[in-house]
Ligand binder design. Structure first.
Ligand SMILES: Cc1ncc(COP(=O)(O)O)c(C=O)c1O
Ligand SMILES: [Zn+2]
Length: 410
């Protein structure tokens, strides 16, 4: 790939070849992909992107893997919806919902796995694997099915039923581990040294993580080639949050949108697991790991790998971090469903409640364009909102129906 030069340590800048590596041998810093922006700049244009596929692969010039139809299940290019009702309720004039819950496996994780699975094939792997808080499991299993690869998916044993089924259906091996995501991740790091597998979020993490840049590109393109004034996104490891910012800045760097990017990046976490947002609140750049206890299981990473970089993104963008109370997670999901007809999972509930706080406090001004990222589908976490299930139960007669309606209205 002419536009991918190498991997580089984010801490000591030592360079590495483009291989399945994620940690610097010298300082243990994380590696990231180095791009040749001159090459990218020479080929990209708005017209070229607009003529591309209606998927995240329209941004292939910025991605670290070649498009491969073998793994492609059409991730990305999800709707950016102009909000009316929620916007009105929150007193905002220009609110957009990036509805990534309609991806092929119903979360934004299809974006990162689209890149990771294509890269895994390129590297010659036959098996892909992951440590997941739930949504990654489904994305890995679905892409593996499409590619004819074997999949091993490691999850904490207490995940929601919809998340487990939503991965198992693709015939992946689901390994439910006693412990938290952080325990699962530790185990997988050990396994990655022993097995010749592409652990998408471990040994191919630098490639995987850049799939989330497309969340920044898409929002900018769908806004008519401009960056929003504010972006609100949930965080677990913090990787996606940093890559939205990176995507917006790359677009400005190659002249696809005006720069400098002035988007304020707002990070959202739930109180039961908020190590990044707590560091922000304390004015620290150092993450203190926590033991997660949250209904937002998809965000339950107590020791977030990209927490420090997420804090740097907040700093660079003059953004903020919001901690929403545990009861606000379901409330946010219900608010979005009631006002916009979009059923999101717990992570989306966290994002919507954070948005509400930001609007109410004035941190987001009435006329400032705002994108809220809805990253997963509500049908995967029905446990969260089960209290809304109140069917009107009747016998099969018109009288019974009308009596029930009367009772409901009165
Ligand atoms: C639905 C959803 N949104 C957001 C995130 C956060 O992603 P990251 O770990 O990149 O911060 C996750 C992580 O699993 C997720 O499942
Ligand atoms: Zn290093």
């Amino acid at each position: 790939m002419a536009h991918v030069l190498s991997l580089r340590c984010r801490e000591c800048s030592r360079e590495y070849p483009v291989e399945p590596l994620n940690v610097c041998e010298f300082c243990f810093g994380p590696l990231e992909v180095v791009y040749d922006y001159e090459t990218i700049n020479r080929v990209v244009s708005r017209e070229r992107i607009e003529a591309g596929p209606r998927s995240m692969w329209r941004y292939a010039d910025f991605l670290p893997a070649d498009y491969n139809p073998r793994t492609d299940i059409n991730a990305g290019f999800t709707p950016l919806i102009r909000s009316r009702n929620l916007a009105e309720e929150l007193g905002l004039n220009e609110l957009y919902i990036k509805n990534d819950s309609v991806n092929p496996s119903y979360s934004f994780k299809d974006r990162v796995v689209a890149v990771a699975s294509a890269k895994a094939l390129e590297f010659g792997f036959k098996t892909i694997a992951c440590a997941s808080t739930g949504n990654l499991a489904g994305a890995v299993a679905a892409h593996a099915a499409r590619a004819g690869m074997e999949a091993y998916v490691f999850i904490p044993a207490d995940l929601e039923a919809g998340k487990v089924l939503g991965a198992a259906i693709y015939d992946a091996a689901i390994v439910a581990v006693d412990g938290s995501y952080d325990d699962v991740n530790r185990l997988c790091s050990e396994l990655a040294d022993r097995y010749p597998w592409a652990f998408v979020n471990i040994n191919v993490r630098p490639f995987y993580a850049d799939g989330s840049k497309t969340l920044g590109y898409e929002a900018a393109e769908q806004l008519g080639w401009r960056a929003p004034a504010h972006a609100v996104a949930p965080a677990a490891s913090g990787a996606m949050f940093t890559k939205i910012w990176k995507g917006l800045n790359e677009f400005a760097d190659v002249g696809l949108i005006d720069g400098p990017v002035e988007t304020r990046m707002h990070l959202a976490q739930a109180a039961g697991c908020a190590p990044i947002a707590e560091a922000y609140a304390d004015g620290r750049l150092i993450i203190k790991p926590v033991k997660p206890n949250s209904v937002a299981k998809s965000l339950a990473i107590g020791n977030p790998a990209d927490g420090y970089y997420a804090l740097k993104t907040i700093e660079a963008s003059q953004g903020s971090a919001v901690i929403v109370a545990e009861h606000e997670v379901a409330e946010g999901a219900k608010l979005l469903a009631r006002t916009e007809g979009i059923f999101t999972e717990a992570a989306g509930g966290v994002a919507v409640s954070a948005l509400k706080r930001l609007a109410e406090s004035g941190a987001i001004g009435r006329d400032e364009s705002t994108v809220v990222y809805i990253t997963g589908n509500g049908l995967k976490t029905v446990e969260l909102v089960q209290d809304v299930v109140r069917p009107i139960h009747i016998s099969a007669s018109v009288d019974a129906f009308e009596a029930a309606v009367d009772a409901r209205v009165s």
